[in-house]
Design a protein around this ligand. Structure first.
Ligand SMILES: NC(=O)c1ccc[n+]([C@@H]2O[C@H](COP(=O)([O-])OP(=O)(O)OC[C@H]3O[C@@H](n4cnc5c(N)ncnc54)[C@H](O)[C@@H]3O)[C@@H](O)[C@H]2O)c1
Ligand SMILES: NCCCC=O
Length: 484
């Protein structure tokens, strides 16, 4: 299979190139090899993409929801038919093991297109009766041209989670993938065209932050949906506010995972593994602060380390591999700096911590014990395979400590006392909570953060409100009275 893209951008229903743009190497994280190259969008490419999206939007919005939905559902079917090929591409883009990408990426993208394709026909307003037979009705209208900006950890999923609700509502989109993972969104654009989306409905341009900023600042853009870090979120939110644009902000986290001493030990350890080491720890909602009640702390740590010793690091394209490399040398360096900081500040390295010799950006799954709330590794998002284990005595204490962060993306509780579980999650300051499980994100359920972790929700019926607006129409049936 060839991984090099046909061209850098996808505009107005076909691939487009402008070699004048700065070259961006595409690096396979498992080997460090350059497997392709794209060019950052020049101002001319940005203009072409936005003009195309603007041109296409009224006609796309004028189609019935049924017609738009049919195209999205056809795209979902094509994605499912090509799941293996798309999963391999996702693995080349990100380094995530094929074992994972086969079930979590293109499939999740297909779920979004299928779900919002199904909803499209039912997007309707309300009829509101008024005295004397007058009435009000509302209609739900598209916003216009939307911009999607992606992070590098889930390139297929992020493109689809943004495109599917946007397009279902009658918007068009210009999507800018992360410069680290430029491949997958191009395939989604190609598939949408194959499924029948008219030219300009979904466009992809490559580039770094400057290209993202050019899109966000353009007056033709009505909405911006960003998946990225909190610092980038602050910049993009501010730029969007200047243009009074709608936003969805899916940002970073430092989520708590609370394990009470009555939890089923192996389930709690499974939750901690899913919440720290899936995708080599590069998941926004990860429960990286694992609070374990004192009575089971030693047993928990021993079992966690025992199970980590069975992780299979290696060639991500080998389906037996279940732990891949970090996405880039740069991200690996960031994480290594955090590991050094953890040691320097007195946390005890209980497992891993080392880069794997050889090519690629492999870092061992890493566990710190004896972590305290003030340590850097307990406060900042690391975005790598580093779990911090903290101890606690009681419920009240742990809720206070769990919430003592600027982030609010997710949170989890493991306990067999379900009354306590519901009581605790009700008080966690987080957009998504888990009881006796962790890190699920089905398309039917809202996903997003509170506090600095974000604004708005992706997925579920909630996302419709973030990609459309309601128009209110008052109708008089009995003439009009006026004071003079
Ligand atoms: N909440 C979520 O759903 C979610 C999901 C995945 C990742 N994330 C977060 O993403 C981060 C990791 O991804 P990253 O390193 O790619 O994030 P990042 O913030 O560095 O970049 C995200 C995107 O924003 C673009 N960008 C940068 N500066 C910009 C600007 N001024 N204007 C417009 N666009 C700009 C980048 O080119 C990239 O496409 C982590 O913090 C992680 O938690 C959040
Ligand atoms: N599978 C959900 C991932 C979202 C954040 O990284």
């Amino acid at each position: 299979m060839t991984t090099a893209p046909t061209a850098s951008h996808y505009i107005d229903g076909s691939y487009a190139e402008d070699a004048a743009g700065t070259a961006i190497d595409i690096i396979y994280p498992a080997t460090g090899e350059i497997i392709g190259r794209v060019h950052s969008a020049t101002p001319e490419m940005v203009e072409r993409a936005l003009a195309s999206a603007r041109r296409a939007q009224p006609e796309w919005a004028a189609m019935t929801g049924m017609e738009r939905g049919r195209i999205l559902r056809r795209a979902a079917d094509i994605i499912r038919d090509r799941n293996r090929e798309l999963s391999i591409l996702e693995t080349y883009d990100t380094g995530k093991p094929l074992q994972e990408t086969l079930v979590a990426d293109a499939t999740s993208g297909a779920d979004a297109l299928e779900y919002f394709g199904g909803l499209a026909a039912s997007l309707a307003g309300e009829y509101i009766p008024q005295p004397g037979g007058d009435f009000v009705y509302t209609i739900r209208q598209a916003l216009g041209v939307c911009v999607g900006i992606g992070a590098w950890n889930y390139p297929t999923q992020i493109a689809c989670w943004k495109a599917a609700p946007a397009l279902a509502c009658g918007n068009t989109m210009v999507f800018k993938p992360s410069e680290t993972t430029p491949l997958c969104a191009l395939k989604i654009a190609e598939i949408l065209t194959e499924a029948g989306a008219p030219p300009g409905v979904f466009n992809v341009v490559q580039g770094l932050g400057d290209v993202g900023a050019a899109l966000v600042n353009d007056p033709r853009v009505a909405k911006v949906s960003l998946t990225g870090s909190v610092p980038t979120g602050r910049k993009v939110y501010a730029a969007a506010a200047a243009g009074m644009k709608h936003v969805t902000m899916e940002l970073g986290g430092k989520s708590p995972l609370i394990v009470f001493d009555d939890a089923t030990l192996d389930d709690a350890v499974s939750g901690a593994i899913l919440g720290n080491f899936y995708s080599s720890g590069q998941v926004c909602s990860n429960g990286t602060r694992v609070f374990v009640q004192k009575g089971i702390r030693d047993a928990f740590l021993a079992r966690l380390c025992e199970r980590l010793s069975t992780a299979k690091l290696g060639d991500p394209l080998d389906e037996a591999t279940n732990f891949g490399p970090m996405v880039s040398e740069a991200q690996l360096s960031i994480v290594k700096r955090y590991i050094a900081k953890g040691i320097e500040e007195g946390a005890s390295l209980a497992y891993g911590g080392k880069r794997q010799p050889g090519p690629g950006f492999f870092l061992e799954p890493t566990v710190f014990a004896g972590v305290t709330d003030e340590m850097t590794i307990a406060r900042e998002e690391i975005f790598g395979p580093v779990l911090s284990l903290l101890e606690f005595d009681d419920e009240e204490e742990v809720i206070g400590r769990a919430n003592a962060t600027e982030f609010g993306l997710a949170g989890g509780v493991f306990t067999n006392d379900l009354t306590r579980a519901h009581r605790v999650v009700a008080r966690l300051e987080a957009g998504t909570c888990y009881i006796n499980t962790y890190n699920l994100a089905p398309v039917e359920a809202p996903f997003g953060g509170v506090k600095a972790s974000g604004v708005g929700r992706e997925n579920s019926k909630e996302a419709i409100a973030h990609y459309s607006e309601v128009k209110t129409i008052h109708v008089a049936m009995n003439g009009v009275e006026a004071p003079f």
